[in-house]
Every structure is written in C-alpha cells, then in structure tokens.
Design a protein around this ligand. Sequence first.
Ligand code: SF4
Length: 211
Amino acid sequence: MDQFGFPLVSKETSSIIKDVKYNPNSVRSRRALGLVKTSYRGRIPKKWFWLVEEPYKVSSKCCDKLKKQPFKDYEKKNEVSPILGIMAEESMMRTTDYLNRGGCNVFSHTKRDRSTSHPISIWLEKDIWECIEKYNIPISDIYKKGATRTGCMFCGYGCQFKDDNRLQLVYDLYPKWYNHFMNYTNNGVTYREALRKVLAVNGLYLPDEKP
Ligand code: SF4
C-alpha cells in the first residue's frame, strides 16, 4: 500500500488510473481518457475519474506482488502449469478473457506464454455451492460467517457495492485487523480516508462511521 498504492474500485479501473496518472501519453492512457477512438474496454468510468487527481497512488500492483508473481516463480521453479478457479461469470473482464482463450485449456506455443487450465470457466457460482453440498466438500469457516468471496481481507475491489459486506465482516470479526489496515498510508493519506471517499460515491459508509 505504501509503495504501490491502494487497490480501489476494481482491478481494471485502478490499473488504468495508475497509467493515466503516471504515463498520461501512453496509448493505453489516451484510450482510457477517450482521446483515442476505440472499442477497447479500458476507459475510466466517469464516476471514478476523480481518483486520478487524488494525492495517493491507486494501483492493482498488490495483486502482482502478493499473488501473480509468487505463483509464476513457483511454476517456473517446479516446471508446472496452474489450474485456475476463474469463472467467466465473475466479471466482464473474465468473460472476455474466456472468449479470447476459446476454451478451458490454453497450451503455450512460445516461451513467453504459459499453459493454463481453467476447468470451471463455464460454471456459475450456484454450481459451486451445489457441488460442495453434493460431495460434502469441507470449506473455510469464513463462508459460514457470512463471506461470499475471499481474497485479502483489506481488498478494496468491489467494497463500493451496496450488497458487499466484507468491511462490515472484518470490523465485526477481526476489529484489530480492521483498525490496523485502515491506518495503512500512501503519500500521507490513510486507507480509511481513501475508502471513505470511494464508498461515499454510492452513499455508503465505513462500518465504524455509519451515521
Ligand atoms: S485480493 Fe489482495 S492482492 Fe488481490 S487485489 Fe485485493 S488486495 Fe490486492
């Protein structure tokens, strides 16, 4: 958070906000700003444009550092390919990626590609719950406490939706952790201050600041 910035709104939005902020003349940034005509999906939604002007960094770099890179290093070291539980229904980005992949398995043709398998690409979330029930598969307790998805407990992606309960859940179950990550800073601004503004866009409040 301190070095690379806050993960806010969504992976795609925070990634393009970072580009526009620090490399405004790149093709990607000009597309994001609507200066280059394209059907490319990576334009910054109008309601989040103000994040470009904020004094703190916004980026999706945490995902590279905490998740993607360690997995890639592991794959390289052990000469294995990953099986990923990504589903097309999760987001527009994942639907498009699925269509571009053209199926569940991708086989690398060059050294730069990697082979990947996505066996539940076409599953819906309800299929997962049915499968868990049918085969009595043990799951993490956090789902029984009200979580619908997991990731880092402090992840800001999607917390701006009215039906998202992750911040409330962490506040109720792990208040020490909640207070800990709310005090993370970037460029002198706390994560609390940044999240507060993001939530306010949809008329929402942090769990401990509700009027
Ligand atoms: S789940 Fe964690 S690593 Fe991934 S984007 Fe959210 S905060 Fe970053």
